[in-house]
Design a binder for this molecule. Structure first.
Ligand code: F6P
Length: 562
């Protein structure tokens, strides 16, 4: 008896098996052949979604592959899953939460329900509060404790409370208020805080403590150091905190316990995952940098891509196609990573941002119902801006033994045009995608007069897949579209793999263990009952710390009980 599709292992489902059989047939099909057989391929396998143009022709797919992938999406009820998200269902099953980041960018007056409540008015109210605050800071109306206007903004947060704001600040720097200095502190390593604040005047500095839970070790430790730095820099007066600290959180109680007036708190909700929160109040630093209007354009970009994702037929749906292509490359062609290569310096932190979005979401090993998956899940996302990467790791992408699908991202216009730079930059994007796809045969290499001994070294196999994403220029609205595109690619992958893309239990174990070790290091004494390696590392650290002249006594050498 065949099992109902929901209980069938993914790899046992007919749509998956058909793809596997098809993959065996076409595995060695070369992009050179695919292009030679279809002169219109480079125009046909393209797609426009809102303001983004995608050329996906350089993927190792035939029309049949695409049909089979679309069948897989249908068999996985992708459509139903998308609707469930937009309807506010608790699709984050292990945390029992709705996943409604799409409501953060829903237009004023629209309706998005969570537990039967329209959340759009609350979202808009927070946006209004952010707007009022941003205008007061940007105009100099908001004064610090000594009466000076704010000139420096330091965002303290980590993970989703840092990576989005950092990335957006860099991405939208062209549109930012240059009279304000922005710094971002995330790492528990004190050097991060020290370097970020060493040249700042406390009297002109505002700290945004951004933490969904307001209990994250890194953020609370940095926030405490910020408070000490500020108060001691302003003559020891605790009242200074009121005009130099604001909070972004879902946890009013903890914000208040830290000493920040909840009037200066910008809220969000448990239906916004940390890595999906940069367009919530977590984007306060972004709004301060670029102003409320540009922030609204960013939200509009997100929303327009949401609508595309929700309504476009799958065969013309950019997140769906890119999600399916990544599954083809990852699960069938065996690629283990995806390189994201923005040919736009302002997007230099985009790959780092995507790492949390993609890997914290889909780095999972069990299905929604808790059974081990029998296939790979998230590939490793990584990357660097072009052209820098070309002089570093592209060698491996072109001639190494691994298959690395690439997403190239570029713009028709530079934000800071400079002589020939932009034409040269774009020539490189197009050249790289072409070289990866078509390579250079031994015959071509020989025909250039290359000595026989060097021929193998100078051959480029080609057949390396890539997507090219183009837009007119990097605006706040286009940035919103680009981020929403990847958010929804992650959704598509998670839906096909039948995993919970919205929890992150994998970060818990290390956190809990660190809590146990902290007193063992701070105290410097006491018995240790970890594994022998951890015990030894702790003892070594205790000895070294003692030698640095700390008050902590030197513990006995390895092997002896302290
Ligand atoms: O890394 C785990 C995590 O929970 C992320 O999902 C989140 O973005 C980050 O920590 C920061 O959490 P918070 O905003 O609650 O400080």
């Amino acid at each position: 008896m065949t099992k109902p599709p929901s209980l069938q292992r993914l790899t046992q489902r007919p749509a998956w098996k058909d793809l596997a059989a098809h993959c065996d047939e076409v595995r060695n099909l070369h992009l050179r052949t695919l292009f030679a057989d279809d002169p219109g391929r480079g125009e046909r396998l393209t797609l426009t979604a809102v303001d983004l143009f995608l050329d996906y022709s350089k993927n190792r797919v035939s029309d049949q592959t695409l049909d089979l992938l679309l069948r897989l999406a249908k068999a996985s009820d992708l459509e139903g899953r998308i609707e469930a998200m937009f309807r506010g269902e608790r699709i984050n099953a292990t945390e029992g939460r709705s996943v409604m980041h799409v409501a953060l960018r829903a237009p004023k007056g629209s309706t998005m329900l969570v537990d039967g409540q329209n959340v759009v008015p609350e979202v808009q109210a927070v946006l209004e509060k952010m707007t009022g605050f941003s205008m007061r800071i940007r105009s100099g109306q908001w004064k610090g404790h000594t009466g000076k206007p704010i000139r420096n903004v330091v965002n303290i947060g980590i993970g989703g409370s840092d990576l989005g704001p950092v990335m957006a600040y860099d991405a939208l720097m062209h549109y930012s208020e240059r009279g304000l200095t922005f710094r971002f502190v995330s790492n528990l390593d004190g050097s991060d805080f020290v370097e970020a604040t060493r040249d700042l005047d406390p009297a002109e500095t505002l700290f945004i403590v951004a933490s969904k839970t307001f209990s994250t070790l890194e953020t609370m430790t940095n926030a405490q150091s910020a408070r000490d730095w500020l108060v001691s820099g302003l003559g020891g007066d605790d009242r200074a905190v009121a005009s130099h600290f604001v909070a972004v959180s879902t946890n009013a109680e903890k914000v208040s316990a830290f000493g920040i007036d909840t009037a200066n708190m910008f809220g969000f909700w448990d239906w916004v995952g940390g890595r999906y929160s940069m367009d919530s109040a977590i984007g306060l630093s972004t709004m301060l940098a670029v102003g409320p209007e540009h922030f609204r354009s960013l939200l509009q970009g997100f929303h327009r891509m949401d609508e595309h994702f929700r309504t476009a037929p799958f065969s013309k749906n950019m997140p769906v196609l890119m999600g399916l292509l990544s599954i083809w490359n990852n699960n069938f062609l065996g690629a283990q990573t995806v390189a994201v290569l923005p040919y736009e310096q302002y997007l230099k932190r985009f790959p780092a941002y995507l790492q949390q979005l993609t890997m914290e979401s889909n780095g999972k090993r069990v299905t929604l119902d808790g059974r081990p998956v029998d296939h790979q899940t998230s590939p490793i996302y990584w990357g660097e801006p072009g052209t820098n990467g070309q002089h570093s790791f592209y060698q491996l992408i072109h001639q190494g033994t691994r298959l690395i699908p690439c997403d190239f991202i570029a713009f028709d216009h530079a934000l800071g045009p400079l002589g020939r730079h932009h034409d040269l930059l774009l020539a490189n994007v197009f050249a790289q995608a072409g070289a990866l796809a078509f390579g250079k045969t031994a015959e071509e290499v020989k025909a250039e007069g290359t000595p026989d001994s060097l021929v193998p070294h100078r051959v480029f196999e080609g057949n390396r897949p890539s997507n090219v994403i183009l837009a007119d220029r990097l605006t706040p609205e286009v940035l919103g579209q680009l981020i929403a595109l990847y958010e929804h690619i992650v959704f598509v992958q998670g839906a096909i793999w039948n995993i919970d893309s919205f929890d992150q239990w994998g970060v818990e174990l290390g956190k809990a263990l660190a809590q146990r070790i902290i007193p063992e290091l701070e105290d410097g004494t006491g018995p240790l009952d970890h594994d022998s390696s951890t015990n030894n590392l702790i003892r070594r650290y205790r000895r070294s710390k003692g030698r640095r002249g700390s008050r902590i006594p030197i513990s006995p050498p390895d092997g002896e009980t302290p």
